[in-house]
Design a protein around this ligand. Structure first.
Ligand code: NAD
Length: 310
């Protein structure tokens, strides 16, 4: 049974995870190699919990208990003591993950589960650093994990089916939407889909088809509206009218070939495109600061979740 949580790496994702675990009544210790980041991450987690109460997304009567679940600690030894489940959220590179995994196992009970937040690395490669790889897997959240329901569970070659089953049941029990991959691929599912959209959003900007604001607006006031409700397959099932998905493939779906033929196939983003895209967000940051945009996003996400829960 998963009851005591250790967060290792308290940046953007680790601190949001800490918010989520502590809001579920689970004692959550936090550790970062940088003590200042650990302190700030715990502060973010507590701020997030208070915001959830303000947004009527978390009961005020449970706030004090949730805040007391957030426990920053100074050493790896302390974060791992008696813990059942580690949510590793350190930098996205194989070398850092391997170093962390080797140190984790020096302090951790052999039964404790190690879950990585990795956005797109391969678990089989990461778990080679472990003596007990069977208790490890990827549990990839979507930012911010304390609000977005998705968690992608990706077993590596050495992950045991029991580990996957226990972690899946745990997330289901606490209201997340776990999806389990049958095989590992770089970027899992959601980030591969996001990568395809992002490349095209950059290509449209590079080609001066529209402004950065209009490209983003086309996405979020069009397909994005439906994506919160249903995925691409069901959307196009409905898009085919009475003939359903078959009708879509045989009808409008045929014209997609001409779009694909015209679309970018970059596997690296050109430097000029990177510079143009970053400059293009300047006007958005005049409208609101980055922190104000994040707060705006979280408020709207909470309302959306409330609608979807209905
Ligand atoms: N940023 C996102 O949108 C997002 C979304 C989902 C998953 N992720 C994944 O979550 C993980 C963390 O990403 P992030 O955006 O929070 O990065 P981040 O840079 O904000 O945080 C990473 C933290 O790891 C710490 N760290 C580095 N080495 C460490 C060590 N040896 N021991 C303890 N702490 C150590 C760093 O000090 C830093 O605070 C990555 O694997 C990333 O792919 C990121």
């Amino acid at each position: 049974m998963i009851q005591r949580i250790a967060i290792v790496g308290c940046g953007l994702i680790g601190s949001s995870w800490a918010t989520w675990f502590s809001s579920k009544g689970l004692p959550t210790r936090m550790y970062d190699i940088d003590p200042e980041v650990c302190r700030r991450g715990a502060q973010w987690a507590c701020d997030n919990l208070r915001t959830m109460v303000e947004l009527e997304f978390f009961p005020p009567s449970e706030l004090a208990a949730a805040l007391s679940n957030v426990q920053p600690v100074a050493t790896l030894d302390a974060v791992l003591m008696d813990c059942d489940y580690v949510q590793e959220s350190v930098l996205e590179d194989y070398q850092t993950k391997a170093e962390v995994y080797r140190s984790l196992e020096r302090h951790l009970s052999p039964n404790a589960i190690i879950a990585s937040s990795s956005s797109g690395l391969l678990m089989t490669k990461m778990q080679q650093a472990l003596k007990h790889p069977e208790r490890s897997l990827i549990a990839h959240p979507f930012n911010p994990p304390h609000l977005v329901p998705l968690v992608e569970l990706v077993p590596g070659e050495f992950s045991s089916p029991e580990t996957v089953a226990v972690v899946k049941a745990f997330f289901q029990q606490h209201g997340k939407r776990p999806v389990v991959l049958n095989k590992e691929v770089p970027g899992h599912i959601a980030n591969r889909l996001a990568a395809a959209v992002w490349r095209e959003a950059l290509a449209l900007l590079d080609d001066d088809v529209a402004s950065l604001e209009d490209i983003d607006a086309a996405l979020c006031t069009g397909p994005g509206m439906r994506w919160a409700l249903m995925g691409q397959h069901l959307i196009y099932e409905l898009g085919g009218g009475q003939q359903g998905y078959q009708g879509f493939f045989d009808g409008i779906g045929r014209s997609f070939s001409s779009y694909w033929q015209d679309m970018q196939t970059w596997t690296e983003i050109p430097e000029s495109v990177r510079v143009k895209a970053i400059a293009g967000t300047e006007s958005l940051l005049k409208e609101r600061t980055r922190d104000e945009w994040a707060r705006w996003r979280d408020e709207k996400l909470v309302r959306l979740l409330q609608i979807l829960e209905d």
